[in-house]
Design a protein around this ligand. Structure first.
Ligand SMILES: Nc1ncnc2c1ncn2[C@@H]1O[C@H](COP(=O)(O)OP(=O)(O)OP(=O)(O)O)[C@@H](O)[C@H]1O
Ligand SMILES: [Mg+2]
Length: 232
């Protein structure tokens, strides 16, 4: 295991004065899949947005692979961190499925079309290259978004509520797909079944602070803790 993410004393306040993170510290190895749990408004999305520098705080530090997440490194950081937004419409900004996926692949790569095909197969969307990305179902959009992120050969996957809008089978299939990927992940979710299946570790946030951090089984079997945080 080597260290992938290090967060030290991170606090964050939105411009309107809302404090969303309070003194969060957290180290993650490259062999972990970490779930972020917590009630609505506990700071999960805010924390995720710091992992690729979409939000940056003046208070505390965030490092990826030993590199500070700050303006001067953003290009390298964003090549390494694949971010799957809660709303896939924020991710698919080009008209066809193929264009969205090819966007992450160098134009000089001769095998670009072939790679788009392989990625689509990998996420179970073989043959949908030419479809209008905005007309896909939510489940298909999520898969296409995942393919667009994988196209960049990332080091870390960050997923914000990846099962939102998916039916039970869609949730299981999407979880199974992620499970086959040999990538460290940070996943914000309210879906305990999904987390139990996929994640090795759980971090619970409460009002922007880390309230619990431990192995998935330990945290998810702690009923009083789950009840206390509105998770069960
Ligand atoms: N753009 C913003 N401006 C001001 N406050 C914000 C903004 N985005 C989020 N917040 C506030 O920051 C806090 C943390 O929000 P965040 O979205 O990170 O929570 P969350 O744990 O992801 O919640 P959910 O489970 O509902 O997705 C909340 O109090 C929220 O109202
Ligand atoms: Mg959120």
């Amino acid at each position: 295991m080597s260290e992938l993410i290090r967060i030290r004393h991170l606090s964050y306040r939105y411009p309107d004065g809302t404090t969303a993170l309070r003194d969060v510290s957290f180290v993650m190895g490259d062999d972990e899949r970490v779930a972020l749990l917590g009630a609505n408004g506990s700071g999960k999305t805010t924390l995720l947005l710091h992992l690729n520098g979409l939000l940056q705080s003046k208070t505390g530090e965030v490092e990826l692979d030993g590199m500070p997440v700050e303006a001067s490194n953003l290009k390298q950081i964003r090549q390494r961190v694949g971010f799957l937004f809660q709303n896939p419409d924020d991710q698919l900004f080009l008209p066809t499925v193929a264009e969205n996926i090819a966007f992450g692949i160098s134009k000089r790569d001769n095998g670009r079309d072939e790679r788009v095909r392989t990625l689509l197969e990998q996420v179970g969307l073989a043959g949908l290259e030419g479809r209008n990305a905005w007309h896909l179902s939510i489940g298909e959009k999520r898969r296409a978004s995942l393919a667009s992120v994988l196209a960049m050969k990332v080091r870390l996957l960050v997923l914000d509520e990846p099962t939102a809008g998916l039916d039970p089978r869609g949730q299981r299939e999407f979880g199974g797909m992620l499970d086959t990927m040999r990538l460290p992940m940070v996943i914000a979710s309210h879906n305990l079944e999904f987390v139990r299946r996929l994640c090795t570790r759980v971090v619970v946030l409460e009002h922007g602070s880390v309230a619990a951090d431990g192995p998935t089984e330990t945290i998810l079997n702690d009923k009083p803790l789950l009840l206390q945080h509105g998770l069960a």
